[in-house]
Design a protein around this ligand. Structure first.
Ligand code: FES
Length: 161
């Protein structure tokens, strides 16, 4: 699994919220912010790391309509709008992605190929501005490099290679 892949992300979220009051729902928000939905593999890993039974996790996930259990699009494009990325041009990248895909943040293209979303800091501020396409992290993104990745996106599986 790549250093930017699922395990590292889930471990960071679990570490942040483990043993804190009301933490499970916040951790699940963290997963959805990161992936655009809550992948089963990530939910299982989170449960192990936070010592929460998987049944309890799905109880929460299915109780709240907010949580998505399936990917909202084949390619989830997440533009980091945390402070470091914001200062290094994330708003312009978001506009560019929005323009290229013809959708606003939070929307999915009509063909289901792309879902565009805004995320908070993904923990790689030194690589700002950062965009992720599925599990692949793009560092020091420019308008041109973003456009190139949108034209040839990798699948979630590719991104984990
Ligand atoms: S602000 Fe974007 S990775 Fe930290």
């Amino acid at each position: 699994m790549s250093p930017t892949g699922t395990e590292d992300d889930v471990a960071a979220i679990a570490k942040r919220w483990k043993n804190k009051r009301g933490s499970l729902i916040m951790a699940l928000h963290g997963l959805q912010d990161r992936y655009g939905y809550v992948p089963r593999e990530a939910a299982m890993s989170l449960g192990e790391q936070m010592d929460v039974p998987l049944a309890r996790i799905y109880e929460v996930l299915t109780f709240y309509n907010y949580f998505r259990l399936k990917s909202p699009g084949k390619h989830v494009v997440s533009v980091c709008m945390g402070t470091a990325c914001y200062l290094k041009g994330a708003p312009q990248l978001l506009s560019r992605a929005s323009e290229e895909l013809g959708i606003k943040p939070g929307e999915t293209t009509a063909d289901g190929e792309f879902h565009l979303q805004v995320v908070r800091c993904v923990g790689c501020c030194g690589l700002a501005p950062v965009v992720t396409v599925n599990a692949k992290l793009l560092a020091k993104v420019t308008g041109e490099s973003l456009e190139a990745h949108l034209l040839t996106p990798t699948t979630a599986e590719d991104g984990k290679a």
